[in-house]
Write a protein that binds this ligand. Structure first.
Ligand code: ADP
Ligand code: G6P
Length: 475
């Protein structure tokens, strides 16, 4: 992975640890197994969180506590450069009840405005508590006085409280990567008080948007003994601060990759295959029902039905990474999307002119960048999304300041990327009109919007995000 300069050499980094290390606690470790020279070795995963935190962890010689991705006994703790990796085991039964169950069939749909009906089972809750305790104990075991602990996401909301009991003096931060839903929806969780008290164990709670932070504070005041204002809650004899820290991307790395020779060659190959004269629209997502993949497919169907643009002129490419395939809702959404693609192509494709290309796979980085550089219109239409990094990656790759980002108003990114063409994903006709508007948008207007979004993203990258959170936590 691309190495970022260490804080000593990086004047922008404000939060270089003067004392103590950073301990990250997240459901997944930042590494995955790959085959190399006939052997299986660990490699850093290229996600945003890893990119942002790796340099800080390298600086401080920090640790990362997380699940290694397979069930049964966990691998032994190991080091990657200066980072101590502490694998936490999950049994097959815990994978079903803690991960697929309470995390992804209860909390995930609920927090995304209950766009699928959340399922509540007592055995799932018991597993959630047990696994959270295991993570908290693993963090406590590596913790030394002066360290800072940063816990991540909805799978581990009990960890701050559990760790606080084990290490009362620790500096603990928690960041929720997904939305925090309204008080009314949160009230459905049978053990709602325990979750809120778990989060209140942190010194600082970070959310993607102001609204999520406000939802949390309101809910905490209603269901726990917490008092105070939205940004500062008093709980027991402690204060828990609440703020929004919108996550971002490594803007410079994306810019660099988008102009690399490898990506340009790949882009040219794809363009030739698709037909050099056709205009490309793109969607890139995990195959998740929150992403509104069906919304953009239906909107594309409407655009093709109106026939101002046909499969001769335009082509839509949807790339979708398989995700959480043990959860029933994901299996159902996959078949409904595949049926939709088949229906649209049956109606609107011609031989050699397929209207919708559907690639269900994880793309290699250079291929993903090639698609971003080729797409004239990027369709990001989630029904609800904490942030949506794809919406930030696309502008980062548009070095000529052209292309149009169509962005759902229900993505966290819409709060920042004001120059995107915003759409309401619940209004398919409206999305179809916006797609036509995007296809007709003049170069000057594209440039005006793209330049502004790129300027914003350049100044608010993922390093800035990590610095802001850790800087606030140290106060
Ligand atoms: P989420 O975290 O819910 O999956 P985000 O949009 O915030 O959604 O982040 C998704 C990340 O996964 C982005 O960095 C994106 O580039 C990457 N990604 C999504 N789909 C693919 C794909 N098919 N191939 C490779 N990377 C992908
Ligand atoms: C979202 C969540 C992350 C999660 C990721 C991939 O980004 O906020 O916590 O790791 O999706 O999902 P998975 O279930 O494969 O870890």
């Amino acid at each position: 992975m691309a190495k970022r300069k260490s804080s000593a050499a990086n004047p922008r980094r404000k939060t270089r640890s003067e004392s103590g290390r950073l301990i990250v606690v997240a459901n997944r470790l930042p590494v995955h197994r790959v085959r190399q020279g006939g052997k299986s070795v660990w490699k850093m995963s290229p996600g945003g969180l890893v990119t942002a935190l790796e340099p800080i962890l390298q600086d401080t010689g920090g640790a990362w506590v997380g699940w290694a991705g397979s069930t049964g006994a966990a691998p032994k703790p190991f080091k990657s450069d200066r980072i101590d990796l502490k694998p936490v085991p999950l049994s097959k039964q815990e994978l079903d009840s803690f991960y697929a169950g309470f995390s992804n069939a209860t909390l995930w749909p609920l927090y995304h405005d209950a766009i699928r009906v959340p399922v509540f089972r007592r055995s799932w809750w018991a597993a959630y508590e047990k696994v959270n305790r295991r993570f908290a104990e693993a963090a406590a075991a590596v913790y030394k006085p002066g360290d800072t602990v940063w816990v991540h996401d909805y799978q581990l909301q009990l960890v701050p409280g559990m760790l606080r009991e084990l290490r009362p003096d620790a500096k603990i931060g928690f960041f929720l990567h997904i939305p925090f839903c309204s008080e009314e929806l949160f009230a459905r969780i049978p053990r709602r008080r325990e979750i809120l008290e778990g989060m209140l164990g942190a010194d600082l709670l970070g959310f993607q948007t102001r609204l999520s932070g406000q939802n949390f504070a309101r809910t905490a005041r209603r269901f726990t003994s917490a008092t105070g204002k939205d940004t500062e809650l008093h709980f027991g004899d402690r204060v828990c601060r609440v703020s929004n820290f919108p996550i971002s991307i490594d803007f410079k790395r994306f810019e660099g990759m988008a102009t690399s020779a490898e990506v340009l060659v790949k882009a040219e190959q794809i363009r030739q295959k698709l037909g050099p004269e056709r205009r490309i629209l793109l969607g890139v997502d995990r195959l998740d029902y929150t992403k509104g993949i069906d919304v953009r497919l239906r909107a594309m169907e409407e655009v093709l039905r109106r026939a101002k643009f046909t499969a001769e002129d335009i082509v839509f490419i949807q790339v979708a990474v398989p995700s959480r395939e043990d959860v029933a809702e994901y299996v159902e959404m996959r078949s409904s999307i595949e049926e939709l693609v088949g229906r649209i192509n049956g109606q609107h494709s011609e031989t050699g002119r397929v209207a919708i290309h559907y690639l269900r796979r994880n793309l290699a980085q250079e291929e993903l960048f090639a698609y971003y550089t080729l797409a004239e219109v990027m369709l990001v239409t989630p029904l609800r999304d904490g942030m949506n990094l794809v919406a930030k990656e696309y502008p980062a790759c548009r070095l000529k300041n052209d292309g149009v980002l169509l962005l759902s108003e229900f993505a966290g990114a819409a709060e920042e990327l004001k120059q995107a063409v915003t759409v309401n994903p619940f209004d398919i006709d409206g999305v179809a009109h916006s797609i036509e508007e995007a296809l007709r948008m003049g170069k000057a207007e594209q440039k005006r919007r793209m330049t502004a979004m790129r300027r914003y993203l350049r100044a608010h990258d993922v390093y800035d995000w990590a610095d802001s959170f850790l800087g606030a936590l140290k106060k």
